[in-house]
Design a protein around this ligand. Structure first.
Ligand code: ZN
Length: 258
């Protein structure tokens, strides 16, 4: 027996719509205000889960970058600056366990944070920094990713889009949904960077560092990119000029408040 094409389409449309609505309702129910940034975001992991994921992935991340750097004095400086930023800011009031690691990698200019507080900087980036304030800028930015719960939010986002793509697939619109979702994730990734820059500037001021040096960090990243090569730290990042402009805004805002 052959079913009419229209009836078939109606059924698929109904199923597809139900799946998309499920994804949106679930995402809506996951929304909550971040107590440290005040921003409402959809998240699906508890702080304990974030910390566990970070601790679990940390050894592998280190291994991908040649392991930890052997110089204890450099590592001590990084610990010192990182802890100063945490102790003098709202980061101290979070349940996260902040740990700062210098990676041996001397080729990849990069710094990154895992959920829950594991923070890394490669020697390639560390060796380009001109002063302690710039190091504070990099680490402050990464602390911003942690308490901004950005990984948590992106994991939750991609779950949402996976389900939406499945639902849209019922009426052969999966690919369009996927492209749209990908664009959204990239845009949100850029917003994360801007929020982390802003938080980083705030932490720098609170810890007594010169926030202008965050601009110095941007210039180092820009110069390191060269005409064709984009360092990983920047690959999902917004245009550096736009970032610098927002950093200047944040400096004006937080300097006035302090
Ligand atoms: Zn970042």
């Amino acid at each position: 027996m052959r079913r009419g094409r229209r009836g078939n389409f109606k059924t698929r449309l109904f199923i597809g719509a139900a799946i998309v609505i499920f994804a949106l309702v679930r995402n809506w129910s996951q929304r909550e205000e971040n107590p440290y940034t005040g921003r409402v975001q959809a998240i699906s992991l508890s702080p304990d889960q974030e910390i566990a994921i970070g601790l679990q992935s940390a050894p592998q991340m280190a291994q991908q970058h040649g392991g930890l750097h052997p110089r204890n004095d450099y590592q001590a400086l990084i610990d010192n600056v990182g802890n100063k930023l945490v102790q003098s800011s709202i980061a101290k009031k979070t349940p996260y366990k902040y740990e700062f690691h210098l990676l041996a990698d001397n080729k990849t200019i990069n710094a990154f944070a895992l959920p829950g507080g594991q923070i890394f900087i490669t020697y390639a980036l560390f060796s380009k920094l001109e002063n302690e304030d710039q190091l504070a800028g990099v680490l402050g930015h990464e602390i911003g990713h942690v308490l901004g719960k950005h990984s948590n939010e992106r994991i939750t986002d991609s779950q949402k889009w996976k389900t939406i793509v499945m639902g849209a697939g019922a009426i052969d619109m999966g690919q369009i949904a996927q492209q749209y979702g990908h664009g959204q994730l990239l845009q949100n990734g850029r917003d994360d960077e801007l929020e982390s820059d802003k938080l980083g500037v705030h932490f720098m001021i609170e810890a007594g560092y010169n926030p202008e040096e965050m601009i110095g960090v941007m210039q180092i990243l820009k110069a390191a990119a060269g005409p064709n090569r984009i360092p990983e730290f920047q690959s999902t990042h917004p245009d550096p000029e736009n970032r610098i402009e927002k950093i200047r805004e944040a400096i004006r805002k937080y300097k006035k408040a302090s």
